[in-house]
Structures are given as structure tokens and as C-alpha cells.
Ligand binder design. Structure first.
Ligand code: C2E
Ligand code: CA
Ligand code: CA
Length: 631
């Protein structure tokens, strides 16, 4: 402790100044030391200890003032009580608590709080003085620092020491607050990390697993094949694709719930038929895949395959109903048949296709099956994901009607943006889709998109009808109108805003079903157009038999009408036919203004073709309508 002397001799004075100098240097050192707690590192390393921290503060304070007993009381956040958290070794706890009680009761505490500085008063022990400092941060009271020191009549604590003491305690309070905040945050963080970890695990599971069967999904199978093959974990492997025959019948006749249960049963049966090390996954829909790592001989694969086949084909009962499902299997070998994954999968598909078409049940891949037909398979496989990813979508070609003098609708024409093959035209993929049966899904997909568009247009107050092309396969499906009816229920669209386009050839087979279907659709309010008229039989009887509202004159007659008198005659005949049967007529393939004017003169109701515009995005149709530059 430094004492302020009243009188000095010169020598004493020099000594005194030196002392002061040393003292100031020491205080400056202490002030600088205030920032080297290294708390950040300690907290990060998890070795923070409150008592150690307060001990450190004590040591620092003792360098500022020669104190006797030292104690820290901190506020308990819940009870608001001051708890004795730390005391120097010599301090008597009972004594210090008594002192505290007295200081609170005689208002010393209140004074210290008000004055925001250390207060020195007599202690209960008459030889000592007591120093009290309320520890606060900018937001609240955190605690109290109490210390005692030997009374000395002639001395007084230097102001600079008190200042340094209060700064040290302020730094200490702020640190305590940061630590508390840190602890709350890290607790939350641990909780958050745990939640994130669990959620990530769930998501990972979902990315790689099929929700219904909990089997690994297509992504997983592909990843696993990749890692097996690429990292050289196996020198050989086989891939079996399993497909359920006519599984759709179960879905259609007994509902999706029963279908789902059946899929679960089959997935169990496939698993039971395989070895421990084999990986069974659901590839999508009613397709499963099995990887057999390390398997070498055809005999071994065929053994497992026939086990799968016979187990899957056993009867099972659901809802007191007996079921039996036939399956087809296709097998490809790594590396014999294919050295990369896409080839391996494709070749298993080729083998599967062979099993399905000749009903042989199980086939091993062979080059002789790998002919042009596999293009169908490739399309079939890609088709599903293309629709799911919206790589197949309709563009809309506008139709203009002369009586209304406006664009009254548009035809939805499918486009496929293929990641490898570029834009594939409907002329290419529709026939394949028809051959493989996936056309029904395509129709549904394009219809959904068209309904969504019709809904948007009607919300915008645009009165537009959308033409949707149907294929023969759709029309021969007895459940088709019901499906459409269910679908339209999902949209806020007047059925009259959808016009189904059918061709003569598509109504020739199974006429009874087709007629019934068309009548049903017509009763539901949908319009029907007879497409490509003039190219087929152009039979008048069709126009009587089917509930047709609109005749679309094939573009082959329209395109060069201006130069071909013969085509002109045909077109005129069809228009007159339409008039006498009270059907409207639309000319397709109108490419020039001349042809358009010729058609209006002939009494054709509506036109469609490049003259108005190629198939386009729906917004472009809106722009056309808004710009009113039309004809
Ligand atoms: P479509 O129903 O006869 O459709 C008219 C075709 O003629 C469209 O070809 C259209 O782009 C084209 N076209 C329109 N105006 C002109 C013109 O002024 N000049 C010329 N040269 N051509 C014109 P796109 O889009 O290639 O469609 C071809 C066929 O594919 C369609 O013939 C239709 O039969 C079928 N198709 C398209 N989308 C679907 C669909 O979603 N489902 C079904 N089942 N078939 C579809
Ligand atoms: Ca059409
Ligand atoms: Ca047409």
C-alpha cells in the first residue's frame, strides 16, 4: 500500500517520487494485463472453470491493493440471492456472511450501488476496514466484491488504485456475463446440433430409401454399384432386375392401398430369397433390383433367381382376397456383359424385356436380344424420370377463330428435353410410348399440365380452350373417363375448356369401348375434336357415331392449298361437310396469310399453324392476346 505523506525532506521526496513512479508502472502493467485472460481459448477447449477465473482476478486485485480477506458473491438468476461463490483461503465464511448481512441492512450496499464505486467502511472486526464493490454490467447487477484490510489511520487508498480495481471488476463482470451467454448458447447449440444430426440422418435415409418398403432405392443401388465396381471391391457381380407382371391390374381393381401392401409382401419375399451379402432395392414403381456382389457363375445367379421367382409367385391373401403375382427377371453380369453401371442396368433391362415378351420368367443378358427394341427400353426407363423432372412438358399452339375474331384456344403439344439426346420430337417418342404402354402416363402428365394451365388462364380471365391429344390406347381403356373425371376434380377448370383430340385410326379398334368412353367424356362436358381429318377413312359414319364437336382438317391439305386446286377442293368439301353436320372446322398447318384468308372465305371457323405461331410457351400466347396484333 502506498501512503500519501504530508511532509518530506528532499531525500525522502526523491524516494517518494521513485516509489510513485514504480507504483504507476506497476498499475499500468496491471491495466494492460486485464485483457489477457485467454478465456476464448479456454472456453473452446472446455477447460473453463469459474473458480479458477475468480482466483485469477483475486491475484490481479492483490497486485493493486494489499488486501486481507477476499470474497465474491454472485447473483443467483433464479432466486436473486447473493451467493458466496469464491473466498480466499483464510476467509472465515460465517464471518463474511455476517458482514454481508450487516452491509445490506445498514445501507452500505445501497450506497455502493448508487455511487458505482468502492465503498470503505469499518468492519465488525475493529482492526480492519472493509471494502465493498457492487459488480455490474451494462444490463444488470452480477454480484459483489468484498475485501478487508488492516486499518491504518494515516493512509488512504490512492484514487488510481480504486479506478483500476473498479475496471478490473467491471471486466470480470462482463466476462462472467459473456461466459453465461456462451454457456446458454452452447447448450442450445448442442441441442441444435443433435436435432440437425438426426434430421440429416433421416434425410439421408429418405434419399437412399424407398418410403413404402424401406428398401434401398434406385439412388442407393446405383451408388452401391458404383462403389463396388469403381473401388475394385469386387471382381465380379450380377444385377437382377425384377418386374411384376400386370401389377397395374391390382392397383386398378383393388386400389392403391392393396397395391402397396402387395409391393411390401413382394419386397420381403425377394429379400428372403437372397443371401446375406446381396443388396435388394426398389428401383421404382413395380421394379426391384438385386445386386449380387462377388457372384461368378451363371448357375449361382440362376439359383437365386429361381428362388426369387418361385417365392414371389406364391399365393398370398390380403383383405380375405387371394392374390398371385407373376414376376419377370433380367440378369446382367459385371464385367462380362458391362463394365460400367449404366450399361449394366440397361443390359439387365434388355434381359428383363426378353423375359416379359416371351414369358420365360428369367433371362440372362445376351447380345442377340440387344437389338433395336432396346431403344424402347431406354425410352421407357428414361421416360418416367423425364416426366417426374418435368423434362416432358407441353408447348401450346394458338388457334384463331374468325367469328369471335380472337384466339380462342391452343393445342398442347408434347416436348421432351432429353439431357443426352437433346430435344426429342413427339413424332419419335409417341410411337415408342404407345408400344411400351407408357403413353397412358404421358397422356395423364400432359393433361395435368394442361389443366393447370387452363386454371391459370381462367383465373386471369382468359377464355381459352386447350386441345389435348389422346392415343388409341387411352381410348380403349375402360377406366379412362373415370380417371379423367378424378383428375379434373383436382383443378378448378370447366371441362368445356378441354378439347380431346382423337384420330380416326384410334377409334377403329374396340369401337364399342371407344364409343362408350367418348360419350362418357362428352357427358362430363369435355369437347371432342376429330384430328387429322382427311387422312384416314374420313368416314361420315364416324362423324355420326362419335360425339364430335370439331373437325380438324389435316395440314397436308391445308399447307399448299394456294398452289393445289385439288387440295383446295378437298378442304372446301370438308368445311361444307362440317357445316351440314353442325360441327365446327379448324384448319391445321396454316402457314401464310393467303391461305388464312382463303379459309375464312370458304367459311372455315378456326385456323391453327405457323402463320399464327409455332407451339410456344403459355406466356407467349398471353403476350399475343394482349398485343392484339392479330389478323
Ligand atoms: P398433331 O396433333 O397433328 O399436331 C400438329 C402438328 O403439326 C404439331 O407437330 C405441330 O407442331 C405441327 N404444325 C402445326 N402448325 C404447323 C404448320 O403450320 N406447318 C407445319 N409444317 N407443321 C405444323 P408436333 O408438335 O411435332 O406433333 C406431332 C404429333 O405428335 C401431333 O400431331 C400429335 O399427333 C402427336 N402429339 C403431340 N403431343 C402429343 C401428346 O401429348 N399426346 C399424344 N397422344 N400425341 C401427341
Ligand atoms: Ca392434334
Ligand atoms: Ca393434326
Amino acid at each position: 500500500m502506498v501512503f500519501v505523506q504530508k511532509e518530506h525532506l528532499l531525500e525522502e521526496r526523491i524516494q517518494y517520487l521513485e516509489k510513485i513512479n514504480n507504483y504507476s508502472a506497476e498499475m499500468l502493467e496491471q491495466a494492460l494485463n486485464l485483457f489477457d485472460f485467454n478465456l476464448k481459448d479456454r472456453l473452446k477447449n472446455g477447460d473453463y472453470d469459474k473458480l479458477k477465473f475468480l482466483k485469477d482476478i483475486e491475484t490481479r486485485i492483490r497486485k493493486i491493493l494489499p488486501l486481507d480477506d477476499v470474497s465474491f458473491f454472485l447473483v443467483d438468476e433464479k432466486t436473486s440471492d447473493f451467493n458466496l461463490v469464491y473466498k480466499s483461503d483464510s476467509t472465515n465464511e460465517a464471518y463474511i456472511l455476517k458482514e454481508l448481512e450487516r452491509l445490506v441492512n445498514d445501507w452500505t450496499f445501497a450506497r455502493a450501488l448508487r455511487e458505482k464505486r468502492s465503498v470503505v467502511v469499518n468492519s465488525l472486526n475493529l482492526e480492519k476496514d472493509i471494502l465493498l464493490h457492487v459488480m455490474t454490467t451494462s444490463s444488470r447487477i452480477r454480484g459483489m466484491f468484498m475485501a478487508s484490510f488492516i486499518k491504518n489511520e494515516t493512509s488512504e487508498i490512492p484514487e488510481i488504485s480504486l479506478l483500476l480495481l473498479s475496471t478490473t471488476l467491471l471486466v470480470c463482470s462482463n466476462f462472467l456475463e459473456s461466459i453465461e451467454l456462451y454457456e446458454i448458447l452452447s447448450k442450445n447449440n448442442i441441442l441444435l446440433e443433435k436435432t440437425v444430426r438426426e434430421r440429416t440422418k433421416q434425410l439421408k435415409h429418405q434419399v437412399y430409401h424407398d418410403l413404402l418398403t424401406s428398401l434401398p432405392n434406385r439412388n442407393f443401388i446405383i451408388e452401391r454399384l458404383k462403389s463396388l465396381i469403381k473401388r475394385g471391391h469386387v471382381t465380379s457381380a450380377a444385377l437382377i432386375k425384377v418386374d411384376l407382371n400386370r401389377f397395374k391390374d391390382i392397383n386398378d381393381n383393388f386400389g392403391h392401398q392393396t397395391g402397396d401392401l402387395a409391393l411390401k409382401i413382394i419386397s420381403e419375399r425377394i429379400k428372403e430369397s437372397c443371401r446375406e451379402e446381396d443388396i435388394v432395392g426398389r428401383f421404382g414403381g413395380d421394379e426391384f433390383a438385386v445386386i449380387l456382389p462377388g457372384i461368378e457363375t451363371e448357375k449361382d445367379v440362376l439359383n437365386i433367381s429361381s428362388r426369387i421367382l418361385s417365392n414371389c409367385e406364391k399365393n398370398f391373401v390380403l383383405d380375405e382376397q387371394k392374390f398371385q403375382i407373376d414376376v419377370s427377371l433380367g440378369i446382367s453380369f459385371f464385367p462380362k456383359d458391362a463394365e460400367n453401371i449404366s450399361d449394366l442396368i440397361r443390359k439387365a433391362d434388355v434381359a428383363l424385356h426378353k423375359s416379359k415378351t416371351d414369358k420365360s420368367g428369367i433371362s440372362l443378358y445376351s447380345e442377340k436380344y440387344d437389338n433395336i427394341d432396346s431403344f424402347d427400353i431406354f425410352i421407357k426407363v428414361d421416360f418416367r424420370s423425364a416426366m417426374e423432372n418435368d423434362n416432358i412438358y407441353p408447348l401450346f399452339q394458338p388457334r384463331y377463330c374468325s367469328k369471335e375474331k380472337r384466339i380462342t384456344g391452343a393445342e398442347a403439344l408434347a416436348r421432351w428435353e432429353h439431357p443426352v439426346h437433346g430435344l426429342i420430337s413427339p413424332g419419335k417418342f409417341i410411337p415408342v410410348a404407345e408400344k411400351t404402354g407408357i403413353i397412358k402416363k404421358l397422356t395423364e402428365h400432359i393433361l395435368k399440365k394442361s389443366l393447370a394451365q387452363a386454371e391459370k388462364w381462367s383465373e386471369k380471365g382468359l377464355d381459352l380452350t386447350i386441345g389435348v391429344n389422346l392415343s388409341a390406347i387411352d381410348l380403349q381403356d375402360e377406366s379412362f373417363p373415370d380417371k379423367i373425371n378424378r383428375l379434373i376434380g383436382q383443378f378448378n377448370v370447366d371441362p368445356r375448356k378441354i378439347e380431346f383430340e382423337i384420330t380416326e385410326s384410334s377409334v377403329m379398334i374396340n369401337q364399342n369401348i371407344v364409343i362408350a368412353n367418348l360419350k362418357y367424356l362428352h357427358e362430363l362436358g369435355f369437347s371432342i375434336a376429330l384430328d387429322d381429318f382427311g387422312t384416314g377413312f374420313s368416314s361420315l359414319s364416324y362423324l355420326h357415331m362419335f360425339p364430335v364437336d370439331n373437325i380438324k382438317i389435316d395440314l397436308s391439305f391445308v399447307k399448299n392449298m394456294d398452289t393445289s386446286p385439288e387440295n383446295r377442293k378437298i378442304v372446301q368439301t370438308i368445311i361444307s361437310l362440317g357445316k351440314s353436320l353442325e360441327k365446327s372446322t379448324t384448319a391445321e398447318g396454316v402457314e401464310t396469310k393467303e391461305v388464312a384468308e382463303m379459309l375464312y372465305e370458304m367459311g372455315c371457323d378456326c385456323i391453327q399453324g405457323y402463320y399464327l405461331g409455332k407451339p410456344m410457351r403459355p406466356e407467349q400466347i398471353e403476350d399475343m392476346i394482349n398485343s392484339r396484333e392479330v389478323l
